[in-house]
Design a protein around this ligand. Sequence first.
Ligand SMILES: Cc1cc2nc3c(=O)[nH]c(=O)nc-3n(C[C@H](O)[C@H](O)[C@H](O)COP(=O)(O)O)c2cc1C
Length: 207
Amino acid sequence: MSLVENLKWRYATKKFDASKKIAAETLEEIKTAIQLSASSYGLQLYKIIDVQDPELRKKLQAAAWGQSQIVDASQLFVFTTPTTLTAEHIEEFIQLTADTRGLDPAVLNDYSDFMKGALLKQTEEGAKSWMAKQTYIALGNLLAAAAELKVDACPMEGFDAAQFDEILGLEGWTTSVIATLGYRHEEDGLQHAAKVRKAKSVLFETK
Ligand SMILES: Cc1cc2nc3c(=O)[nH]c(=O)nc-3n(C[C@H](O)[C@H](O)[C@H](O)COP(=O)(O)O)c2cc1C
C-alpha cells in the first residue's frame, strides 16, 4: 500500500488490545524512523523513553486523564527534551559530526559559533519550546512509520508534564509529548469513523 493509503488506515487509537505486543524487529524499524527524523541544525535535542514497567505505566495513566492507552498499548514512548539548552549540547553535536564524517572538529568552529550565537540567546522558555517542536517532527515520523508497518498509534498531549517528569524521575529533562503504540482493539469504534479533515481547497492556497 502507498503511504497515503496507510495514512488513511491509521487513526488515533483510543482502545488498544492489551494482549497484542509489537515484535522486536518492528519496534526497531519504528525507532530507526524516529532516529532518521530531521531536526533543526541536526541537533536532535531529545531522548525517548520506552516505558515498559507496568507499575510506572499505572502511575503515568493517573497523570494522563486516566486514558487507557497508557496501560493497554504495547509501547509507551515519552519524548523528553533537556530543561536547559547549553553550549555543551552544541559541542557534543560538533564532535559527533566530526567523528561521523572524519573531520577535525576545529574545521567546524565557525559553524559551532554560529549555532551558539543563534540558539543560546533564546530565553529559557523560548529554547524549551524550540526543543519541543523538534520532538513533534519525530512524532510525525513515528506515526507514518507505524502506519506503514500496520502498527496502531495514538499521539498524546493529554497529560501533566510535571507529574510525568516526577514519576519518571527525570533530572535535567522534561516531557514534551507522548505516543502509545500497539494494536487496535476490535471494540474501538473510532476505527470505523470517517476521517474528519479540512478540504484541500481550505487547507492550501496558491499565490
Ligand atoms: C499532538 C497531539 C496530541 C494528541 N493528544 C491526544 C490525547 O491525549 N488523547 C487522544 O486520545 N488523542 C490525542 N490526539 C489524537 C487527535 O485527537 C487525532 O489525531 C485527531 O483527532 C485526528 O484524528 P486521527 O488521528 O484519528 O486521524 C492527539 C493528537 C496530536 C497530534
